[in-house]
Ligand binder design. Structure first.
Ligand SMILES: [Zn+2]
Ligand SMILES: [Zn+2]
Length: 132
């Protein structure tokens, strides 16, 4: 089980399952939404995600058609994205985890759009856009 929370601690969650591979996204939307060089996220099964507290603090911004970025309205921490549909896709912002992760990042996507001020020295595959 994994536990996580936002910066102010009002939002707390648990994941009763495994995380998907860690992906780093360098697209401009992710850079802006997180105020940093890239987003670190992992897919989680929505059925295994349990909000422990802070439901009333959740804000939701549709950054592109069908993609909702969910954050804490009190402290601004980005928490996860949600793409509704027949199979809801939920991507957790893993920087909000309180449980330490052993896994390393598996891939970089939209690497062509990366911030020029940070050098990457890892061996994870780097895709110019989204891998097919
Ligand atoms: Zn918060
Ligand atoms: Zn992105």
């Amino acid at each position: 089980m994994y536990q996580g929370s936002c910066l102010c601690g009002k939002v707390k969650y648990e994941i009763h399952g495994e995380l998907g591979p860690i992906g780093l996204c360098h697209c401009s939307r992710c850079r802006k939404a997180n105020g940093t060089a890239f987003l670190a996220a992992a897919q989680v099964n929505p059925d295994e995600f349990k909000l422990v507290s802070g439901q009333e603090c959740l804000g939701d911004y549709e950054s592109s058609a069908g993609v909702h970025r969910v954050f804490c309205k009190h402290c601004g921490s980005p928490l996860f994205s949600r793409r509704p549909g027949p199979a809801v896709v939920m991507r957790l912002r893993i920087g909000t985890l309180d449980t330490p992760l052993q896994a390393k990042a598996q891939s970089h996507i939209f690497f062509a759009d990366r911030a020029p001020w940070f050098e990457f020295q890892d061996d994870a595959p780097k895709y110019a856009q989204r891998p097919m």
